[in-house]
Design a protein around this ligand. Structure first.
Ligand code: ATP
Length: 471
């Protein structure tokens, strides 16, 4: 069996030699290039398990090589060697598609950790899923938004770049983070999720970095912190905006140096942890208001992953409901949904997203008779359901507007409305909202569905005060 082959690109002879010797001692084959031109030629002619490049080369920037390797479609991980303290370079390289970086002067232990992690990525069977191939995912949903999200996760899983996940409460941020970890080369190691808002400030440093025996009153034994527990794996910082400023400084240092010091210890210890942060707050706004440090924001926010709220992917409600009911049945017979239940759910705005859907269904199941959930069992907060009654042939259906108008009174087949203009306005509003909900607020498609022009739809939306849901 041939050894994995590594391409080292550096014009500094000393460093090139050091990297070469270290990698050969790890049992790897090494090719060396001194310039961008040489590197390109070698990369085009060979298959590499890893490319390791300096940032400054005589004929260009290592960053160009990062972009080219990332776009090559070969799936080869590329890492950069950055000058000490140039956090900017590392972040720029990660954003451009680098898998990881090592800082100069190169600490050989760090280099070996990085190389091993890259080799796990390029070992057979770890290639990125082919475009369109559905990797098994715990994130349920077939909507375009979910498909795009899954594809993005598959790409992101192959790097060390810190990821900042945004999304409303209950929209699946932690689930997405677990998915990234599970698809990464770190899957066999720990995934640790920490709710930053739930830890008392006085205990934070001990919880994150651990402590030595006797470091403070009550420290009866040595204890690891979250960083040590997540070593080799992934650390998710949930509700990261809630971190107090003093802790933000310490966290930034740990992330930059990849080293932590237990309370009471004299020496620092290296940690190899991928950081995923999440918040439902606007972190950039927290930076503006001075609540969150700009430098930490920059470090955490290398790659953004935005989770859509459930009301923007109503097409997933059916499969999600199905999967949740199957889980709640625990292998037994699954509850059925009565007529209109799915339509009623589609008309609900789900401020608590998928978690709220889970809660609603769990509660409904407790009220359901004979394993059939009816609309009344859902007990949705009526203010958030745009209940629509329409002429007999128009069924109540999904609505995605933030502030639905009061629903018109239900009319039997022979009944007449007592205010025809108002009634017709309500019916028109309902139909437009349903079309918008079905197309996830794509106005062009909604207009097509209704056989009217985009301009007509826009005009009617203005007239009826229908606004897009807030992002
Ligand atoms: N796409 C999805 N498919 C299946 N289940 C999902 C999906 N999204 C979320 N869930 C489920 O919804 C619940 C909430 O998800 P999760 O805890 O990941 O949300 P969150 O955004 O991290 O919430 P919070 O902001 O409150 O921390 C979990 O039980 C999760 O399994």
């Amino acid at each position: 069996m041939t050894s994995p082959r590594i391409l080292v690109v550096d014009d500094e002879a000393d460093l090139r030699e050091l990297l070469d010797i270290t990698l050969v001692r790890m049992g790897l084959d090494v090719d060396c290039a001194e310039t961008l031109g040489q590197a390109r030629a070698l990369f085009a002619a060979n298959e590499y398990a890893l490319v390791l490049t300096d940032m400054r080369l005589p004929d260009g920037l290592g960053l160009e090589l990062v972009r080219e390797v990332a776009a090559s479609g070969k799936g080869t991980p590329i890492a950069v060697v950055t000058a000490y303290g140039s956090a900017d370079n590392a972040v720029v390289a990660l954003k451009a598609g680098a898998f990881d970086y090592v800082s100069k002067p190169v600490v050989l232990d760090d280099l070996r950790v990085m190389v091993r992690s890259a080799l796990r990525l390029s070992s057979p069977g770890s290639a990125p899923p082919a475009a369109g191939a559905a990797a098994p995912s715990r994130l349920i949903g077939a909507s375009a938004a979910m498909q795009a999200l899954r594809a993005q996760i598959a790409r992101l899983a192959r790097s060390m770049a810190p990821i900042a996940i945004t999304g409303e409460s209950g929209s699946g941020k932690e689930l997405a983070a677990r998915e990234i970890h599970a698809q990464s080369s770190r899957a066999a190691r720990a995934f640790i999720a920490v709710n930053c808002g739930a830890i008392p400030e006085a205990l934070m440093e001990a919880e994150f970095f651990g402590y030595r025996k006797g470091a403070f009153t009550g420290a009866a034994d040595e204890r690891d912190g979250f960083f040590q527990a997540a070593n080799g794996g992934t650390l998710m910082l949930d509700e990261v905006a809630d971190l107090p400023l003093a802790m933000q400084v310490k966290l930034l240092r740990a992330i930059q140096e990849r080293r932590v010091r237990k309370i009471g210890a004299t020496a620092e210890e290296p940690v190899d942890v991928r950081i995923i942060s999440a918040t439902h707050q606007d972190l950039a706004h927290c930076v503006e208001t001075g609540k969150f440090r700009q430098d930490l924001f920059y470090r955490l926010n290398v790659i953004e992953l935005a989770l859509p709220p459930l009301r923007e992917r109503l097409a997933d409600l059916g499969v999600l409901t199905d999967a949740i009911l199957a889980r709640l049945a625990g292998g037994g017979p699954k509850a059925a949904l009565g007529a209109q239940v799915l339509d009623t759910l589609c008309a609900y705005s789900f401020p608590g997203n998928v978690r709220e859907l889970e809660n609603v269904l769990e509660r409904a199941l407790a009220f359901a008779n004979d394993g059939v959930i009816e609309v009344a069992d859902l007990s949705l907060k009526s203010a958030r359901v745009a209940e629509v009654s329409a002429p007999a042939e128009v069924a109540p259906n999904q609505v995605a507007a933030p502030a639905p108008a009061p629903a018109p009174a239900t009319l039997g087949p022979d009944a007449l409305p007592n205010n025809l203009p108002d009634y017709l306005v309500q019916v028109e509003r309902d139909i437009i909202l349903r079309a918008l909900a079905q197309t996830q607020f794509n106005r062009t498609q909604a207009a097509q569905l209704l056989g009217i022009s985009f301009r007509q739809l826009r005009y009617q939306m203005q007239k009826l005060d229908i606004q897009e849901p807030e992002q």
